[in-house]
Design a protein around this ligand. Structure first.
Ligand code: ZN
Length: 259
């Protein structure tokens, strides 16, 4: 469910779901994906205060459109007010499920306080991609959470990339691994700027799991590799390598292979 759309075919006049409900619901809007001609309309579930855009059944999304139904983020299923991005990513690096505090049954002020914030890598990724990159989720700028083709303008310098972040990348070509090492080499699939990422592993089994999963899909042109990590500069001989970053992968929860 897309949280934004455009009023014009050129995709210059953006409209956010939270503003669009005031406008005429019968007016056709455009999918953020320029290649997709889906007819989008603002809608909401009855009795709900959250709005989103949906394509008409007659003029739906093209195959693999990022904003199609299968790539859904349903804002009604998550608690935005308790979303803490750094904490959420930090939790993905733990091998066990962190204990969440149980809310006392009498303390609920609103119905949605029983909902969890987005917490799996897929949920956080979907939440980000369904919003415009300059929009916010619980006051955090979307494009600062996810480095991908849409948000690349927020990353002009290397220092913009370091820290906790989700990245959307693809495998390095021709090789994304080297025999005798436990590193995986990724690159952003961006046409504007290329950033390189070296994933390091302490656990050989975890390395093999990810390496095999990428290898099995290595020739798929839709291959996207989503990684959550705390990125730092990749160094060699104590010098930062330009446009290259590294993070240690400690848990399977930190990556998602999408085709
Ligand atoms: Zn679309």
């Amino acid at each position: 469910m897309s949280m934004y759309a455009f009023k014009d075919e050129e995709r210059k006049i953006k409209v956010l779901a939270r503003d669009a409900y005031r406008e005429n619901k019968a007016v056709r809007l455009y999918c953020p994906n320029k290649k997709c001609d889906a007819h989008m309309y603002i809608c909401s579930r009855e009795g709900s205060s959250s709005f989103y855009f949906r394509a008409s059944s007659t003029y739906g999304h093209i195959e693999n459109c990022r904003y199609g139904v299968g790539n859904g983020f349903n804002p009604e299923k998550f608690n935005e007010a308790t979303f803490d991005f750094t904490q959420a990513l930090s939790n993905l690096t733990t091998t066990s499920t962190p204990q969440t505090k149980k809310l006392h049954p009498g303390t609920h002020k609103e119905g949605d306080s029983t909902l969890k914030p987005p917490h799996t890598i897929r949920q956080i990724y979907d939440m980000c991609t369904q919003h415009h990159y300059l929009d916010t989720y619980n006051d955090i700028v979307i494009g600062k959470m996810l480095l991908y083709d849409e948000s690349i303008d927020l990353y002009p310098n290397d220092t913009d990339v370091t820290g906790w972040r989700l990245i959307e990348a693809t495998r390095c070509k021709p090789k994304f691994y080297k025999p005798g090492e436990t590193n995986i080499y990724l690159v952003t699939s961006l046409y504007k700027k290329k950033y390189h990422f070296v994933l390091k592993f302490n656990d050989g089994n975890l390395y093999t799991t990810m390496q095999k999963e990428i290898f099995g899909n290595k020739d798929n042109k839709n291959l996207k590799i989503i990684v959550a990590g705390e990125w730092s500069h990749f160094t060699t001989e104590n010098r930062n390598v330009e446009n290259k970053f590294t993070a240690t992968i400690l848990s399977k929860k930190q990556f998602k292979i999408m085709i």
